[in-house]
Write a protein that binds this ligand. Sequence first.
Ligand code: NAP
Length: 256
Amino acid sequence: MADFVNRFSVTGQKAFVTGASKGIGAEACRVLADAGADIVAVARDAGGLAEIKADVEAKGRRCLVIQADLGSVEEGRRAAQEALDAWGTMDILVNNAGVGCGEPILEASMESFDRVIAINLRAPLLLTQLLAPGMIAQRRGKIINISSQAAMIGLLGHATYSASKGGLNAMTKVMVAELSPHNIQVNTICPTVIMTPLGQAYWGDPARYDPFVAKVPLGRVGQPIEVADLILFLASPASDLITGDDIMIDGGYTAV
Ligand code: NAP
């Protein structure tokens, strides 16, 4: 195999991917499996998880499905423990599970704030606490936190969501400070609108979509495969010197 292929490969590694039942997480499972990883696929929807398991196994890799609601601390703990009991140390953690919330500041409810923060921000903390010790022991690991352009700019109607993603970016810096001595790289990916079920639910309305896309320098939004390819890069040895970055994948939206 050519050298560059090895540098972009995750052969034989174990990847714990949250939000694996659809959208970006499902595509990440397929791409990481294409590049040689075994997948722990975590989400609530049994049907979506069964599809991913079939896709991953069709590529000749193993797939362990764990159904869990990551809005619950107990469920998050159980999911991590099931993975560790079944397969031992995880090499890659993709904190991708997330929920949107289209509430402006003056209307944001305290209930949705707590739920969005629990899933988008607390779960990545919890799973990192539970899965990083194995990475520390083996002196190698990759943590990829899926954030959003909403962490970087004031997107109308994204009060709670932006808070969760801004918190994730800030927490990632602390992960870098504390985990770098153990050769663990931690980065965020900050996508623009990606046409997944979540993206479609909010941006499918032309009244929102048309003025937004008119401001994207590349003139389009993204597809899940484009984020999944970046996840693979950050999981692979090719990115070993990259840590602590918030990597925009936004068609230039936040650059101009
Ligand atoms: P999606 O299509 O709605 O998929 C979200 C995934 O998260 C699903 O697999 C869902 O699984 C899982 N999830 C949601 N709540 C969960 C919970 N309580 N417990 C466990 N799993 C849960 O969304 P997506 O667009 O792929 O989003 C993936 C990530 O990208 C999110 O963090 C999102 O904030 C971020 N992002 C998306 C966009 C976009 O425009 N699409 C832009 C920027 C950032 P179940 O429903 O089966 O539990």
